[in-house]
Design a protein around this ligand. Structure first.
Ligand SMILES: [Zn+2]
Length: 119
């Protein structure tokens, strides 16, 4: 039986013939997929190949701004949405505020209840 760590399904198996005529099995880690934005599905400019990512520092792997799982455009929209909610509920200013659940998905649980109670 093969070594336990090589029986994993996250490892790619390649069967190759050596110059000497032997047939050997080569084990390689699988290439992982690209990161996409959680809201719009755009491909993020982040390193994604786990074989290379392992060698990078944390700041090279993930953006240091808030909402690293979103693209910069969507992250900005989330901040704008939060500001609009603040204006509407905290300062009782009449702004055209419409709820957008695709944005609220990335905010804390019970965020809307908390902010609408501060009226
Ligand atoms: Zn996006």
């Amino acid at each position: 039986m093969v070594n336990r760590q090589l029986r994993s399904t996250t490892i790619k198996r390649l069967i190759r013939k050596t110059p000497g005529g032997k047939v050997v099995t080569i084990y390689k880690p699988k290439k992982t997929g690209k990161h996409i934005c959680g809201r719009c599905g755009q491909v993020l400019n982040m390193p994604y190949d786990q074989r290379k990512v392992r060698k990078l520092s944390k700041s090279e792997k993930i953006p240091s701004r808030p909402y690293p799982m979103l693209c910069s455009k969507c992250a900005e929209e989330v901040e704008r949405y939060k500001a609009m909610a603040d204006v509407t509920f905290k300062f009782k200013f009449d702004a055209n505020f419409k709820r957008d659940l695709t944005i609220e998905k990335f905010l804390q649980k019970g965020w809307f209840k908390k902010i609408s109670a501060s009226k």
